[in-house]
Design a protein around this ligand. Sequence first.
Ligand code: FES
Ligand SMILES: [Fe+2]
Length: 411
Amino acid sequence: MSAFVQAGLPQATLEPEVLNLLDQLGASVGDVSQAMSLPPACYTSPAWFEFEKRAVYDREWVATGHVGAIPDVGDYFTIEIVGEPLLVVRGKDDTVRVLSAVCRHRGHLLGEASGNARGFTCPFHGWSYDLEGNLTAAPEMEGTLPFAELRRTACLPVFRSEIWNGFIFVNFDGEAAPLAPRLKTLTGLLENHRMAELASIKPVEWASNKWNWKFMQENALEPYHTHYLHAGIHDFAPSSNVRFNDWDDADDGAIYREVEFTHIDGGFNIAGKALFPALPDLTDEERSRVVFAGVMPNLFLGAQADVVFYYVILPQAAGDITLRVGVLTSWDNLSLPTADLLLKGTIDGVAVFNEQDTEANIRTHKGLSSRVAPRTRWSPNEKTLAQINTWLIKRYKSYAATLGVYAEAAE
Ligand code: FES
Ligand SMILES: [Fe+2]
């Protein structure tokens, strides 16, 4: 197969609303001691969402899932990233590729939600592709086009991908700088979880979450709310035990925080205890904390002693996201006779926190749509929110600069 495809969206003319919002970003620049939240319309405006598709999702590494969910040759899953249908496939050479899921004949989508296949046959007119995207059959086309020529021109486009710690990322414009060098500190922090070697349960998909994609990362990454919204059930991971890191422009792929537990092997369920045995290489110190990390823009993970839970955030509109939620743990843990029960307990446990966050996210999104929506200063425990905005504003300005707006951002 030839090199990956470069398929950025067409440049857009910035609408007055977007230009006006870009003008207001200055007050959100800086750290927690001085910055304000973004203008509320950055969460609610359809025009701003279109801008973000180009400024962020078109140009960055965007998470799709984890290799642990497709361990065998022919395993695949489909996913739509800001409307782009993709097939994430483990090929015959054991390489994971991100292919277009759009048939090269007339555009029917290929593949089921997930499965194992020897190739993909389009149900519409029977064109077939192998696991690497090569066209292998195109019935009844010989009368107009020889197969040899079709095969040259009608293979599935392969998007550029990178795998970090087992997580599979795609880059549409083909020009993003490599991701791993921008995740140095986080990679070190999570090294002993050995995430690339873990098994992933089949992710579950939750659609129609009525809040903005940025708010998903914000909620997950700030510990201010945990003492209030999750009062009682979060006490084993108190917000007073949070460790933040300082912003580093050269290592800005992720925004994260650690929270020390009140006891070893804490877990996010009503008992506050990990249900599976701890992952084998973790130190006692690592078993006594959780690392919450947002690999920007759309992967959130929580790494605790026995499992790593992860959310792939799939923006649908300014106020609508789909979430794919997965759990990673060791293959040994998954082969325990009680694995199904332990997994159910783990997922149900996280769901308790999730329900509270969901309610808060929906109600906050509504509030941000108000004509008198707030633009706030942060508490010290919202340090990560200023960091999220630092990450975002850099991308917003960099894209706007390519359109001749914000020329100073090129500095
Ligand atoms: S659209 Fe796929 S074979 Fe016709
Ligand atoms: Fe929460």
